[in-house]
Design a protein. Structure first.
Length: 197
């Protein structure tokens, strides 16, 4: 299909219409001065603050999404408890020089069996006038399979100090400390009892 040429009256009409119309998206006139970067006067430099960095990167979260718990191990928590007993006796106890007058082995028990056994043993030992007993918990097996929820290593080893700090045992217990290697080390606790009144 060939294009036909406009007649002179059609061209005149087109010019009149075109002269009265405005562009929908007018292009700004090019001015090279608009694209020249102004150099700031030299002055003291200040380091950007954290807030300035945050405004530059709006996608940055305002708070960390993960947190790290630096809770000390159960052994460190027990060792950090204040000394309630005689200092000289405590130093002998730490070196394994004092001999326990009774021993309870909870190793291999479930929590629901271990708690009543511990309660009976400690209160019974106190009523017999014993001062130092040994509670064996075992170090525990590493059963953590790498899942999303960590599995505690040595459940009884973590639970026994908590039970000893709660009633009715708290009124009978004067001091709890990890045992010396000759009495079981990290898998056992010395429990120093209050005098039976």
């Amino acid at each position: 299909m060939t294009r036909r040429k406009l007649h002179p009256e059609e061209e005149e009409l087109w010019r009149r219409v075109a002269s009265k119309t405005e562009r929908l998206h007018p292009q700004p006139k090019f001015d090279p001065e608009d694209f020249v970067t102004q150099t700031p006067a030299p002055g003291p430099r200040s380091k950007p603050t954290f807030d300035a960095v945050r405004t530059l990167t709006p996608s940055m979260p305002s708070r960390p999404t993960t947190s790290v718990s630096l809770t000390p191990s159960i052994t460190d928590q027990v060792r950090a408890q204040p000394i309630q007993m005689d200092r000289k006796a405590f130093d002998q106890l730490k070196r394994g020089k004092l001999r326990p007058e009774g021993k309870l082995d909870l190793h291999g028990m479930t929590l629901d069996r271990a708690h009543p056994a511990l309660t009976r043993f400690v209160l019974g030992a106190q009523s017999q006038g014993k001062r130092l007993v040994l509670v064996v918990t075992g170090k525990g097996k590493n059963r953590d399979d790498g899942g999303p929820i960590p599995v505690r290593h040595g459940v009884l080893r973590h639970q026994v100090p908590q039970w000893l700090s709660m009633q009715p045992l708290a009124s009978a217990v004067l001091q709890v400390t990890p045992a010396h290697l000759r009495h079981g080390g990290g898998g056992a606790y010395y429990v120093y009892l209050r005098r039976n009144r």
